[in-house]
Design a protein around this ligand. Sequence first.
Ligand code: DQQ
Length: 496
Amino acid sequence: MTRPVLRLKPPTGWMNDPNGFIHSGGRYHLFYQHNPYAPRWGRMHWGHAVSDDLIRWEHLPVALRPDSFWDGALGCFSGSAIERGGELYLLYTGVSILGQYQMLARSGDGVSFSKRRRPVIGRRLLPPGGSGRAFRDPKLFERDGAFYCVVGGDWKPEAPAAGGRSRAVRGTQVSLYRSDDLVEWRYVGPLLRGVLPDGGVFECPDYIRVDGKDVLIASPMHLPRNDEGEFENLHSTVYLPGALDLERGLFEPDDGPGVYRELDGGTDFYAAQTTTAPDGRALMVAWMQMWKRTMPTEAEGWAGAMTVPRELSYEGGRLRQRPVRELERYWADTAGAADFVLDGTASVPGVRGNVCDIELTVDMMGASEFGLRLFIAPGDGPDRSCVTLRYDRKNASLVLDRSRAAVRIASLDKGEAGCDVRTTRLKLSGALLRLRLLLDRNGLEVFADGGAVSMTSLVYAPEDHTGIELFSDAPVRVVELRRHAIEGVGTERSPR
Ligand code: DQQ
């Protein structure tokens, strides 16, 4: 199995959630949940990588290890970073035998971190209805000289269910805290509350202002699938545009209570974390994986990787995502064709590859289906393995199908119906379908309609499965097809 070129992955062992994503000391830092000893989840460390441009990453030594009483049970869980007075601070969840509490570490050089001995948000500061059993993933932000963080966790509603007998309801909440110095915190209020199946909680909450809009992000566990075909993965990542009231600790979602928008419609996207770039861009990265799936790279001693970082914008009442523009510096050897009619199946000379960036605009004309086959095995014949992305115009949806992929991935949880096919609503305003596809050896990131829809999925294919084909059920006009190879990202540099 080949390692992705563009996307951050662990030097060895296991990687999950992105943590502490920040630009500090002249470079980007991306920490991550890490087990350096095996390609499986274990007691959590914080792995650490740095980059000048969000594309070429250099691994640094592990930043946090479970080496104290407060993280001695399951380790140093997810959290975030902020700069203060020229120092880099990490706020993370320590998991001890007493439960989950928020811990602080700091560094003068951005490489080695020293931990405060006791939690800064401990038992005394639990939110109303919250227990220390699930209280995790603090995400820091700064506003008007004050520090804030949002923390996910459990919530036991105070009143019994209306009209019924008192029943133990296990809910979940995202709580807001405030501090002037990152050490003394006070609880402000609940930004989001809900009840998820099986006592699931909102993991990895995040808040960012994008183009003047307040956006709350969270990763709810076990969110049930809806009629729109959303939330098909075991756990989901959602966003809620709305209005944040920092004084009263309230978040008013634009869509009303209990409505979540899926952040990505693919099979592998979780625990997204945002940061703001020095030039003001809102950036986001996520774990490109889903829990409880077979992970074929285990056999190579590593497992888990990130998405390529994305830029966020807020336009037309929705969040849009696109790969960071720094990626374009690595475009090379552009091939493609423009303004031709496709009717049936065709390939375009030079348009192939498994590490490339594809831009495509298609006028659907009278067709009801248009699509691409990617990662096609060499040879001839209709049975070659591949992955299919197709636009189904009648159902206004984009369908990503990896049931014919060279290496199948299975879901290991009965809460998930399967993980071969994902469908995402995509309503075109006219007949133009606009797609951007990022192929990176064992993965595919799809952005449609200027990033209004994204689908992120792992695809494991041998190195020579580089064929690309277009297909349609009736004539369509390919307005533009450009495939940029990606070169010069180079090999990974490991800790010295
Ligand atoms: N992963 C971390 C937790 C978080 C979960 C543990 C989400 O902090 O809630 O590795 O993937």
